[in-house]
Design a protein around this ligand. Structure first.
Ligand SMILES: [Zn+2]
Length: 255
């Protein structure tokens, strides 16, 4: 019996634990061993496929987390650092909370989809953390299109404001923009902000249809549609802090 390799398991609270896989010719099913000396060891029969093994262990993460937490001798094995892959996130702009589950498959790519309300499954080569982040960002952009298109239309139409098109982007430095041709762009990361701030950004861009600058006339229009415009504008300064690092393109940097 020899230890083949060590793998990382992400626990439901976002912390991680390393475990060893030990192939045992005598073993018929998967077994979990916890000890102070060897830490967590998963004993597996020789014919069990590695991907299958990892997904079985991952599916038991809840139970394993509880076992380890209640076992003094091994509790120190759990890292205190949060795993880089998000286990859950909130979208206050839509009053939604999402849990994220990761499924390792043989696929070389990673995709994210809604499995049921409030639950996203990220599947594929999920041991690639950056690929998981990218899949979640693509999901966020798709989700933002569905949520922000009607929101924009519902504010614009009664106000008699006509835009030509909506584009959802993941810009680093801008929450939104409005082109001279009437095309409005909104940042998909808006969904991490409270509803009143999302509404403020939408009104802000809509008012650029009337005034392409930030002149007094622009502010007069904006205050007309959004009476709290000045205080909301002030709150936008710190709004970037609400965006989790995985949602930022490139290396997780916050502005
Ligand atoms: Zn502006």
């Amino acid at each position: 019996m020899k230890v083949r390799d060590r793998v990382e398991l992400v626990l439901p609270d976002g912390r991680t634990i390393d475990y060893a896989i030990q192939i045992s010719p005598k073993s018929r099913s998967l077994r979990l061993k916890l000890s102070a000396r060897d830490g967590m060891v998963v004993v597996a029969p020789p014919n069990l496929d590695r991907h299958k093994l990892l997904s079985i262990v991952a599916a038991k993460a809840d139970w394993i987390g509880e076992r380890i937490a209640s076992f003094d001798a091994v509790r120190h094995l759990i890292t205190t650092e949060l795993a880089a892959r998000p286990q859950a996130f909130d979208l206050p702009g839509l009053a939604e909370s999402w849990r994220v589950e990761y499924k390792l498959t043989r696929s070389r790519t990673v995709g994210a989809r809604i499995e049921q309300p409030g639950r996203i499954v990220v599947a594929g080569a999920v041991d690639d953390v950056e690929a998981c982040h990218a899949a979640l960002r693509r999901w966020l952009a798709r989700h933002a299109i569905m949520a922000l298109s009607p929101w924009l239309a519902n504010l614009a139409e009664p106000a008699g404001l006509r835009y030509s098109d909506l584009a959802i982007k993941n810009q680093r430095t801008r929450w939104g923009s409005c082109s001279t041709t009437g095309r409005i762009s909104l940042n998909c990361k808006l969904l991490f902000l409270p509803r009143d701030l999302v509404r403020y950004v939408i009104w802000h861009e809509l008012c650029h249809l009337l005034e392409p600058n930030h002149s007094d006339r622009f502010w007069m229009h904006l205050r007309h549609f959004e009476p709290a415009a000045d205080s909301l504008h002030g709150r936008m300064r710190d709004a970037w802090k609400a965006v989790p690092s995985w949602a930022q393109r490139g290396v997780g940097l916050l502005l």
